[in-house]
Design a protein around this ligand. Structure first.
Ligand SMILES: *Cc1c(COP(=O)(O)O)cnc(C)c1O
Length: 398
């Protein structure tokens, strides 16, 4: 939305928001966009599917609190994220804890809290067992499976082949029996095979194979699984040619899959999708201010007060193979026509700090605000904030 030439975030024109925040650069997250996104998911996905928010996409406490009232559960990947999740009103068993290399201290905290610990290795199972014995508590666990298939088209692949994530399917039956024999409260399974996927057909196929895999593994355990975490990996468009995910197609296919294949076998299981980027990515705006405008041998550079130390992904250095521009605009001149082609660079003393390469923008001056869109996920906390020792960015939920 635009008002008087200003981009509007959370109902506030961005120039005014910048005054309210007090300084640039900052991240602003639009509360209504978050609410709308979860509502869209509710419409598209089957009613008996739980939506879990993957906190690592954006762990800002106010945002996590807001989302905790909208989603069914939270997925965390560190002890600190777990504490954040436990600060919300959600019960502990609506928190799942995934990730390789959980420390003994983190595992002990997780067992004490009663969250669902997603077991990533045999050694982790040993440590969880020991923590349970020490605490006199029956640990609540699920086994994370490294599937025997790969999901193509993902920005990051996290399943199939050799992986640090989960336990290979071939090894799973033995470990499952062992975990049961030790009296762990084994609830079910977790599969997360990849991230940032925009292809509905590939996601649907991955979900079909995931359900098949979970049903196969369900034959290996004595008690009926009550927890089936199907992962997610829903992507958002970042680049010109990206098409948004066809959520309806994914939702319809999932509805059929759950109804015809999963429910007949596991009628009462909690079935979850865990989504990070898809929930928060498009609700975030990284707002910077132009501090210099200079020409060098025919090229115009707009130098802003932010950069890759806050929004690494927009510089193309967060796992991208080819650098392409994230959507960018002059936030206080939204109604002006493009007038020039410029380089938008951050304030770090490195050529890597490029935020917009040959972008067409309205003529912009020092003091104008430059916004990077799609900044709600893997922004602040996925960036090297200590690099060049500038202050950390502010974050507001509007
Ligand atoms: C990172 C992660 C997610 C979230 O991935 P998105 O691409 O942000 O949706 C979900 N589950 C697990 C286990 C993860 O590691």
């Amino acid at each position: 939305m635009v008002s008087g030439g200003d981009l509007v975030v959370g109902g506030v024109p961005v120039s005014r928001l910048a005054r309210r925040v007090g300084s640039t650069p900052f991240f602003a997250y639009d509360r209504d966009l978050l609410t709308q996104r979860v509502a869209q998911l509710r419409v598209a996905l089957p009613d008996d599917l739980e939506i879990s928010y993957a906190v690592k996409a954006n762990p800002m406490p106010a945002l996590v609190q807001h989302l905790s009232g909208l989603v069914d559960s939270l997925d965390v990947a560190s002890g600190a994220e777990m504490r954040l999740a436990l600060d919300t009103a959600l019960p502990a068993d609506k928190v799942s804890f995934a990730g390789p290399g959980k420390s003994v201290a983190e595992l002990t905290q997780a067992v004490a809290a009663g969250v669902v610990v997603e077991v990533e290795s045999p050694l982790e199972a040993d440590r969880i067992t020991a923590a349970g014995e020490e605490l006199g508590i029956r640990p609540v666990v699920a086994l994370r499976l490294n599937p025997d298939f790969e999901v193509k088209g993902s920005g990051m692949r996290m399943g199939g082949g050799a992986q640090q994530f989960g336990v290979d399917v071939e090894e799973a039956p033995r470990l499952l029996k062992e975990m049961e024999a030790r009296g762990l409260d084994l609830r079910g399974f977790h599969v997360f095979a990849g991230s940032q996927n925009l292809h509905a057909d590939i996601l649907v196929e991955a979900q079909r194979r995931t359900v098949d895999l979970v049903l196969r593994m369900s034959d290996e355990v004595a008690t009926q699984p009550t927890y089936v975490n199907l992962g997610g990996g829903f992507g958002i468009p970042y680049y010109d040619r990206d098409r948004p995910l066809d959520l309806r197609t994914v939702g319809d296919a999932l509805e059929e899959l759950v109804r015809t294949r999963l429910r007949p076998r596991l009628p009462d299981a909690r079935v979850l999708l865990e989504l990070g980027r898809y929930v928060v990515g498009e609700a975030g705006f990284y707002v910077t201010r132009i501090v210099d405008r200079k020409d060098s041998r025919g090229t115009t550079f707009l130098v802003v007060d932010g950069g890759m130390h806050h929004q690494l992904a927009a510089s193309g250095n967060f796992g991208q193979v080819i650098r392409r521009n994230y959507p960018i605009a002059v936030a206080n001149r939204m109604d002006a026509e493009p007038a020039e082609t410029v380089q938008v660079v951050g304030c770090l003393c490195t050529p890597l700090d490029l935020l917009g390469d040959r972008v067409e923008l309205p003529r912009a001056e020092v003091g104008d605000l430059v916004v990077l869109f799609q900044a709600g996920a893997y922004g602040h906390t996925a960036s090297p904030t200590a690099f060049l020792s500038h202050p950390a960015p502010l974050e507001v939920l509007v």
